[in-house]
Design a protein around this ligand. Structure first.
Ligand SMILES: *[C@@H]1O[C@H](CO)[C@@H](O)[C@H](O)[C@H]1NC(C)=O
Ligand SMILES: *[C@@H]1O[C@H](CO)[C@@H](O)[C@H](O)[C@H]1NC(C)=O
Ligand SMILES: *[C@@H]1O[C@H](CO)[C@@H](O)[C@H](O)[C@H]1NC(C)=O
Length: 476
């Protein structure tokens, strides 16, 4: 359609930029919590808000396990799929690879809220395992995913049974065999807790079967306790007692490695959020201060005991009176004001954790999760300050294909971007004009998968026969 010349100039720029890019030295595994699309105001985060140029692995959270058929299903069909007038988030997510062809798009199944019982029951019988495995390959292929991330939290726990340990291995073995002909990746998110690790995972075998091990090195302390403690302490605090001495990142990492996980497969979890409490007494505000109530919900994530980094930094920059303390054992900050107390991670504490990634020569870092970064740049001078920091600490300054999304030679003209939204170039190529803080627009280009065409009305790829002039019906 209009401005074809401008588009092809940008494509050329993009191709040139890709050719010059080295493979990332270390992986940056980026989880996306897709429910953030329902958050209000500046917390709302849709697929197109992702910056795929500073991730090596884009993880879509989450798919679900159907409790009747024990097959993989979309958790939120309206948001995830195009069927029945849905928003097609899966395919739009996979299309982000057009901006960074080196990135892998992986579908994660499970998560905390799915619980363990369904997975335990599915994994317990060879027939149900086979039904599940047989459902996964076509499901991934239908939407173009490059692999599956198993987020069963956790085998043997939360209603699971002792046999889960063996059944989890069988499940991974069968998935790996089914994935091999298609080159699909098999990854998993695993527990940080000593007791859970020892019961749930046969570490040498699990490590052999997985391409990537995502260590969930966070949620060590939170509002389920009656006193303050940090979400993701690097080291033990002197007041830690009994098995709590092992509730820290250093212990978890060493435990996985000393039990046989190869560092090259380990990806160390970086929390982009904090966990918090309401102090019983504002004057008692250190570690292990009495705190019998959970932190009040934040304006975007609206969850007791939890604030995203964006919610924390926006409070700190718009209100006075927030004290930040950097604890020498946590190697991470906590912040408090009146009765509010939150243990979280910021630029400097991530630096400490990234030093571990390099010192232990790990495969890379994992981020939970990108939609609570300061992704609009409301507190900092650029978007995704934490994610940029993780990328740059591990892989250096140059992010892949910057020219791809921001043509440096010529900003988009009014004709290219008359307003924020989607614009078709032809049936399968389209672009998105996003308003940026300086008042201009940033363009991102996309290509629809075979059999689909851009439907600007829904802001994504649709069955080609639904778009006038694009499908067979249009031609005939
Ligand atoms: C199965 O899942 C559906 C939908 O989430 C739920 O309504 C139902 O109660 C579940 N059934 C069982 C047996 O857990
Ligand atoms: C701490 O260890 C004891 C056994 O020594 C165990 O019963 C308890 O569940 C553990 N607590 C946690 C949170 O791991
Ligand atoms: C880190 O963990 C290792 C292995 O468990 C331990 O030997 C070391 O003392 C820990 N470091 C600190 C500072 O606690």
């Amino acid at each position: 359609m209009r401005n074809l010349l401008g588009f092809w100039t940008s494509v050329l720029l993009c191709v040139t930029a890709f050719a010059a890019i080295e493979a990332a030295k270390r992986n940056v595994v980026c989880y996306y919590g897709s429910w953030a699309v329902y958050r209000p105001g500046d917390g709302k985060f849709d697929v197109e808000d992702i910056d795929p140029t500073i991730c090596t692995h884009l993880m879509f959270g989450f798919a679900a396990l159907d409790n009747q058929t024990y097959k993989i299903v979309a958790f939120d069909p309206w948001n995830d799929l195009y069927a029945d007038g849905g928003r097609g988030a899966y395919e739009r997510f996979v299309a982000l690879k057009n901006q960074n062809p080196r990135a892998k798009a992986i579908l994660a199944i499970g998560g905390w809220n799915e619980g363990s019982v369904k997975y335990s029951y599915m994994a317990a019988s060879p027939e149900r395992r086979k039904g599940f495995v047989d459902s996964v390959v076509p499901f991934l292929q239908r939407y173009g995913f490059d692999g599956l991330d198993m987020d069963w939290e956790y085998p043997t726990q939360r209603g699971g049974v002792a046999e889960d340990r063996e059944n989890f291995i069988e499940l991974l073995r069968e998935l790996k065999a089914a994935f091999a002909p298609y080159g699909l990746l098999l990854t998993a998110a695993v527990s940080p807790g000593e007791q859970v690790i020892d019961e749930a995972y046969d570490i040498p075998i699990v490590s052999e079967l997985l391409d990537i091990i995502n260590l969930m090195t966070y949620d060590y302390h939170g509002a389920w306790e009656q006193w303050t403690g940090h979400n993701a302490p690097l080291f033990a605090h002197p007041l830690d007692d009994g098995n709590v001495t092992n509730f820290n990142v250093n212990f978890t990492l060493n435990h996985w490695i000393s039990n046989g996980a190869p560092p090259s497969k380990i990806h160390l979890g970086m929390p982009f959020y904090g966990r918090g409490f309401m102090l019983d007494d504002p004057l008692e505000n250190g570690p292990y201060a009495p705190a019998s109530e959970p932190l009040e919900p934040g304006p975007y994530s609206r969850t007791e005991g939890f604030w995203g980094y964006n919610e924390i930094c926006e409070k700190q920059t718009t209100e006075t009176g927030w004290t930040v303390v950097r604890n020498e054992y946590y190697k991470a900050p906590y912040t408090f004001k009146d009765r509010y107390w939150i243990g979280y991670d910021d630029y400097d504490s991530l630096t400490e954790k990234l030093k571990f990634v390099i010192a232990y020569d790990l495969g890379g870092a994992m981020v939970w999760s990108i939609e609570t970064d300061d992704f609009r740049g409301n507190c900092h001078s650029r978007r995704f300050p934490l994610l940029h920091h993780v990328w740059e600490d591990l892989n250096g300054e140059v992010a892949p294909c910057v020219d791809c999304t921001v043509p440096t030679s010529a900003p988009p003209t009014n004709e290219q971007c008359p307003h924020e939204g989607y614009f078709a170039i032809d049936c399968t190529n389209y672009y998105y004009c996003q308003l940026v803080p300086d008042g201009g627009y940033q363009i991102s280009y996309f290509t629809c998968p075979p059999g689909t065409a851009i439907n600007v009305d829904i802001g994504g790829c649709d069955h080609d026969y639904n778009v006038p002039g694009c499908g067979l019906r249009g031609v005939v």
